[in-house]
Design a protein around this ligand. Structure first.
Ligand code: HEM
Length: 337
């Protein structure tokens, strides 16, 4: 039997269909690639090949001299990325800049970023953004504290806007419910899993008494007692001892009572033993939506490190400015003149 012949018309239609499909696929591919490739790995390979090494060495020396540096740098990055995206807006000095909000009053690590910037301005003037320096510094800080080595793309540009009025609507607070935290994280493209994983940052660093004092109250004898049922009793007593009534405002306690200087998955075991320092930590084990994730990360440091890598890369990409946006600041504390 003679094979069925395809008419030239249907052939043309068929070719047209293939062409349109290919064009669409190509366009989708290009768009996907371009939205992802706003930042690049080794962005400074040609313009300043030793940039990442210089940041790394600065963070290494600072952390060796002062073991609280890694926690400070990591929190500084978080506070930067939540407000105006990761654009170093948190570093700008001034009366009404983000730094003047009380939520940012206890931030540290600024001088480490400045030291790295000074060095880079010497070798590669006007080339490396403060936002990249901060992201790289926080990445390295985690590694120097025993955490995973994370590859992050660069090419961020520095913002020219930093307003105190932008802080509150974009910053989490220890009194937040899980829904409130989730809403804020979602608005930055971060998921519930990212929230649980990134909260693991509280495996290092410290906190002022005032940030968790609402979990206690004074009894009729003027003695502090725990009012928060989600706190382990012995841990609560320990916190009360470290933060007695009338303690100086500068007193701090370790976020992780077990391994405070080590970036490990102890934070999740603390949550399970009811030793989450902030109410916003404890809630992650109390709420059914996040409990299983806490348990998973408590069981395996390897899984925590894998997920940290992904969530940290996402955090470092929140609202970044690239290409012609923003500027490369000469000093991280002020916009260019
Ligand atoms: C999700 C809700 C979060 C809340 C409510 C929260 C709140 C806080 C508070 C109140 C402190 C103590 C500040 C002080 O008294 O000096 C703190 C410390 C810290 N936070 Fe968070 N945080 C959250 C998430 C994160 C995330 C996502 C990161 C990083 C990825 C982070 C990193 C840190 C670090 C490293 C410290 C210790 C800072 C130091 O030692 O100077 N936090 N956090």
């Amino acid at each position: 039997m003679e094979p069925k012949r395809i008419s030239p018309v249907s052939l043309d239609l068929y070719n047209l269909f293939i062409l349109v499909t290919l064009a669409l696929l190509f366009q989708i591919g290009v768009l996907a690639a371009s939205s992802e490739s706003r930042l690049f790995f080794n962005f400074y390979a040609a313009s300043c090949p030793t940039a990442e090494l210089m940041v790394r060495n600065t963070v290494r020396s600072a952390s060796a001299l002062d073991p609280t540096v890694p926690g400070k740098l990591l929190r500084l990055l978080f506070h930067d990325c939540m407000v105006e995206g990761c654009d170093a807006s948190v570093l700008l000095e001034g009366n009404q800049t983000e730094r003047s909000d009380p939520a940012n009053a206890s931030l540290g690590g600024f001088s480490v970023v400045d030291s790295a910037k000074d060095l880079l301005e010497l070798f590669c003037p006007g080339t490396i953004s403060c936002s990249d320096i901060l992201a790289l510094a926080a990445r390295d800080a985690v590694e120097f504290a025993g955490g995973p080595s994370v590859n992050i793309p660069t090419g961020r540009r520095d913002g020219r806007v930093s307003s105190v009025s932008n802080v509150r609507p974009n910053m989490v607070d220890t009194s937040f419910t899980l829904d409130e935290m989730l809403e804020l994280f979602s608005s930055k493209g971060l998921s519930l899993d990212d929230l649980v994983t990134l909260s693991g940052a509280h495996t290092i660093g410290s906190a002022h008494c005032s940030t968790f004092s609402d979990r206690f109250q004074e009894d009729s004898n003027g003695t502090m007692t725990s009012i928060d049922a989600s706190l382990d009793k012995i841990y609560a007593r320990e916190l009360i001892k470290q933060c007695p009534i009338g303690a100086s405002e500068s007193v701090t306690v370790n976020n992780d009572p077990e391994t405070s200087l080590l970036f490990d998955n102890q934070y999740y075991r603390n949550l399970i033993s009811h030793k989450g320092l902030f109410q916003s930590d404890s809630v992650l084990f109390v709420d059914g939506r996040t409990k299983a994730k806490v348990e998973e990360l408590s069981r395996s440091q390897e899984i925590f490190f894998q997920q940290w890598t992904q969530s940290f890369q996402k955090l470092c990409s929140v609202g970044v400015k690239t290409g012609e946006e923003g500027e490369i600041r000469t000093s991280c504390r002020a916009i260019n003149g």
